[in-house]
Design a protein around this ligand. Structure first.
Ligand code: ZN
Length: 142
């Protein structure tokens, strides 16, 4: 396995993971979800296949392999963790949190992501975060 897990490769995995409901994914679906061209999807799938992360028979559905599934689940888990951290702890609106979580998920190890997850839980338990942000906003408007 020589190719690396670039953000782009991880985005493809995440997209296939989220679209796939056990029935395989069409490359046209990936193209529209990621707003990329069909040739780009094709190139990415070739790379993913070389990395042993997906399988595709000529012009047919794309499936995650077992290791593809594991890696995709990890990227997806990081996404959920950061999205939740941004929304709950930092009071970022959902659409922006989703977009930014998709960037953060590529730069951080699973171990660090788990700490973010733990921190989110601790802060939620100890503090009334939404109340604190309301106060903060009221303060700013003064
Ligand atoms: Zn994401």
């Amino acid at each position: 396995m020589s190719a690396k897990f670039t953000p782009s490769i991880e985005d493809y995995l995440e997209c296939i993971y989220q679209t796939n409901r056990g029935q395989g994914v069409k490359s046209t679906d990936i193209a529209s979800k990621l707003s990329v061209s069909k040739p780009s999807v094709h190139r990415a799938i070739v790379t993913l296949a070389e990395m042993g992360l997906v399988t595709q028979e000529k012009y047919s559905l794309i499936y995650l392999t077992e290791s593809g599934q594991m890696k995709a689940a990890e990227v997806n888990a990081k996404h959920e963790i950061f999205s939740s951290f941004l929304q709950k702890v930092l009071n970022i609106e959902p659409a922006i949190a989703e977009e930014e979580a998709c960037k953060m998920e590529h730069g951080v190890s699973m171990e660090t992501a788990r700490k973010f997850s733990a921190l989110t839980k601790i802060l939620e338990e100890k503090l009334d975060l939404s109340q604190l942000w309301k106060e903060q906003e009221a303060e700013r408007e003064k």
